[in-house]
Structures are given as C-alpha cells and as structure tokens.
Design a protein around this ligand. Structure first.
Ligand code: HEM
Length: 315
C-alpha cells in the first residue's frame, strides 16, 4: 500500500489517451488513503486529516515529470497562484501573493526545464520541451506558463473534487451506504460530487459578438464570468438541486469542467482519480463522519478543503 514502493504503471502522457480500465493501476500506485493502516492502530476514531492531496499530486507529478519529492515546496505556491485567475477582482494583497507564488513557480520550472533538457524522457515536460525546441510551436515563456498551468490545474482541482466529495458523503450517510451496496454507482456519484460542489465556480469568456441574455443585450468584447456553480444548481436542469443524490440520472450534464472549445483538458483524468478515491473510501470505511461541521478551506481560489478531519471505522 505504501506509495513509494508500489510499481508505476505503463502510462500515456496525453490526458485524453488514458484508458479507463487502467484505474486499477492507479489504485495500486497512488493509494489515496494510505493512512488507513495507521488507523487500524488508533481506531475507532481518527482525527488525522486524510491525505487528499496524495493521489492527484502523485499523478500529475508523474505525468508531468515533476519530482514528487518537491511537493512540499510547491503546494502552497500552486494554491496562492490560483488567485491570479481572478485578476484585479482579488484584493491587492492577494494579487501580490499570487504574483510572488507565480514567480517562485516560474523559477522552479526554469531550473527543472534546463535540467530535463539534458536528458529528456517520455514525460509531458519533455514533450513540451521538444515542442519548444522545434521553434515555432511553443516559445520559452509559453513553455514555462504551460508547465505551471498544468501543475496547478492537475493538482488543486482534483483535491477539491475528492475533498468536497468526501464531505458530501459524510453528510449524507445514506448515499455513502448506497455506494457500499452498489459500487457500480461510483462513477455517477463522482459526477454528482462535481455537480453538487465542484471545485471551480466560474470561468471567463470574451464575447465575439453581441449576445442577448435575460432580456438585455451584452455588447461584443465584453468579459463575461459564467457561474458554473449556478448552472449546476439550476432547478430547471436538476430537480431538487440542493439534494446530494448519487443516483441522479442526469448528474453528468453538469458544467463543472466548463464547456465548448475550452472544456477542461484533464476531465478524464480527474474523473478517474475521483472514482478511485471515492470508491476506495466508501469500500474501506464505515460510519464516515466529519470531525467538525466547519470546513477549513485551503489557500487557493478554488473550493478546496485545506484539511478534512473525519472519523470512521475501518471496514
Ligand atoms: C475535478 C477536477 C477538475 C475540474 C473541476 C476542472 C475544471 C476546469 C474548468 C472549469 C476549466 C475551464 C473550462 C472552460 O472555461 O470552459 C478547466 C480548464 C482546464 N483544465 Fe481542468 N479541471 C479539473 C482537473 C484538471 C486536471 C487534472 C488537468 C490536467 C492535468 C486539467 C487541465 C486543464 C486545462 C489544461 C484547462 C484549459 C483548457 C483550455 O483552455 O482549452 N484540469 N478545468
């Protein structure tokens, strides 16, 4: 079960190329709940935060080719850097912190890229470096920006999916019980987690032409924030939208991954990670409950718990 000793699976570094049947491999090499062994010793009550970040951070580091040992260094940088997405809507001190974090990440990747340039492998960073070296496909600064973007996108968000999902299941024990009785519901449960409390609440678009919305005309070139959380709780689309229902028949029609040309590139990977984590959690625990009603949110712009102490009995 230990993360470091299990074998790494064969992998395809392109996000869309992942075979869903390899989910079992993910389970083997990135166990989302390694602390359960410790729990057996301290059961029945555990107040240790579950290692939510372990699965998603291990996977994105593996795929991207970032040493997992550096995680401690960049976890806070990635969280702070997300606030750059809010631009000038963020308070000045938050903007400054985001900028510092982005600079630290840029410095980190500049060093890593120089090192990897000398010995490229089959990881995504090596692929991006090849694209840069071909000259006209990616400039050096685009290479750094894309690397940072992928690390942040693949790191923070999935922690939020799993963390918010764990919280929803802890607060809705009957739904968790359904997953124990019928594990084939897990993929739909992950869609419901994304609909009910996805980690990203909004996304930006610039209008290419005038658009009419709610009886008003919004002129072209306007920047529009689409509120994904609103869409995902729209009662016209999802009856009784505030109910967490792992059997909801159209749960997958949520907009947690955005839509159109910019639909999340990592949706497939995130879904797989969510299924492994939620599946393992429900199978291996009983009487899952939050240790506190208050969730301590993390430092990022996204809706991601900073820690999520829970209590449960090992199955
Ligand atoms: C639960 C996990 C995730 C959620 C909720 C999420 C959500 C989103 C959203 C809302 C967008 C903007 C889409 C739009 O504007 O239409 C986006 C874009 C993106 N995501 Fe994710 N994401 C997740 C995981 C990931 C992962 C694991 C990766 C990569 C490893 C990733 C890579 C990207 C990239 C590269 C884009 C930009 C796509 C583009 O602009 O064309 N995401 N994601």
């Amino acid at each position: 079960m230990a993360l470091q000793t299990a074998p790494a699976p064969e992998r395809d570094p392109s996000f869309h190329g992942i075979d869903p049947t390899s989910a079992r491999d993910l389970e083997r090499y990135a166990d989302p709940f390694p602390s359960i062994h410790h729990l057996r010793r301290v059961a029945p009550v555990n107040e240790t935060p579950i290692g939510l970040w372990r699965l998603s951070s291990t996977l994105i580091c593996e795929m991207l080719g970032v040493p997992a040992a550096d995680r401690e260094r960049f976890t806070l940088w990635t969280a702070h850097a997300t606030h750059a997405l809010a631009g000038t809507m963020a308070p000045p001190d938050v903007q400054a912190r985001a900028q510092n974090a982005a600079m630290s990440l840029a410095g980190y990747f500049t060093d890593l890229i120089e090192e990897r340039r000398k010995s490229k492998t089959d990881d995504l960073l090596s692929e991006l470096i090849r694209a840069e070296e071909e000259g006209d496909r990616l400039s050096h600064s685009e290479l750094v920006v894309q690397s940072i973007g992928l690390l942040i996108a693949g790191f923070e968000t999935t922690i939020g999916l799993i963390g918010n999902g764990v919280a929803a299941l802890a607060r809705n024990p009957r739904e968790a019980e359904k997953l124990r009785a019928r594990p084939e519901l897990v993929p739909n449960a992950v869609e419901e987690c994304l609909r009910y409390e996805g980690p990203i609440g909004m996304t930006l678009r610039v209008l290419h032409e005038d658009a009419s919305f709610g009886g008003r005309t919004i002129p072209r070139d306007t920047e529009v924030w689409a509120i994904l959380w609103g869409a995902n709780r729209d009662p016209a689309m999802f009856p009784d939208p505030d109910r967490f229902d792992v059997e909801r028949s159209n749960a997958r029609e949520h907009l947690a991954f955005g839509g159109g040309a910019h639909l999340c590139l990592g949706a497939h990977l995130a879904r797989m990670e969510g299924q492994v984590a939620i599946g393992a959690l429900t199978a291996r625990t009983r009487e899952l409950a939050l240790a506190s009603d208050e969730i301590a949110w993390g430092a990022s712009l996204f809706r991601v718990p900073g820690a999520l102490p829970v209590t449960f009995r090992p199955a």
